[in-house]
Design a protein around this ligand. Sequence first.
Ligand SMILES: [Zn+2]
Length: 194
Amino acid sequence: MKILKKCEYCENEFTAQRVSTRYCSPDCNKTHYKLLSRIRVIKNTKKRAEKSKNNSNSYTIGISNKEFLSINEACELLGISRSTINRYIKTKKIEINKLNKKVIIKRKHIDIFLEQFQIVSIPDEVINFKNSFNINDYYFIGEVLNMYNTTGHSLNTILKKNNISKIKLGSHSYILKKDIIKIFGNPKNLQNNG
Ligand SMILES: [Zn+2]
């Protein structure tokens, strides 16, 4: 059976084997299918945006469906400031493209950027330590050296031998007061004796 038909995509006439055949070639079929799905996506996006017109999110919904974003749109979508996004761009955390002189960000690159943010679980021991931490329970290393008239080197040796760990805050190290007192004795007694 041969039927003369008009291709739904390119509109050329062709002979079809079946009545149900709509396209002159698989290429036309594929291209038209892609085009139709694209149109459907855009229509759905518009519908969604219209539905939430009174909603402050409508703009964001519109942006999140775009394939290419301006810097301002990317800021809006991510909820970050212009200077923050500039930092991410500078450190190459967000990849950019240039269209003539205009900087654009592919939606794909926003998604890649977001994947970098994984939620890290905080160990219980860290939480417990933070909750019980009080800087006044600690001596600064320099205080220990002065009070007990020792050197950094010998202090380190003693700490190692007694399995006592220092903690580091910023660029300074601290040791638990009670650990020091256990080894060297109470500094008040030292002063009284000396
Ligand atoms: Zn065709």
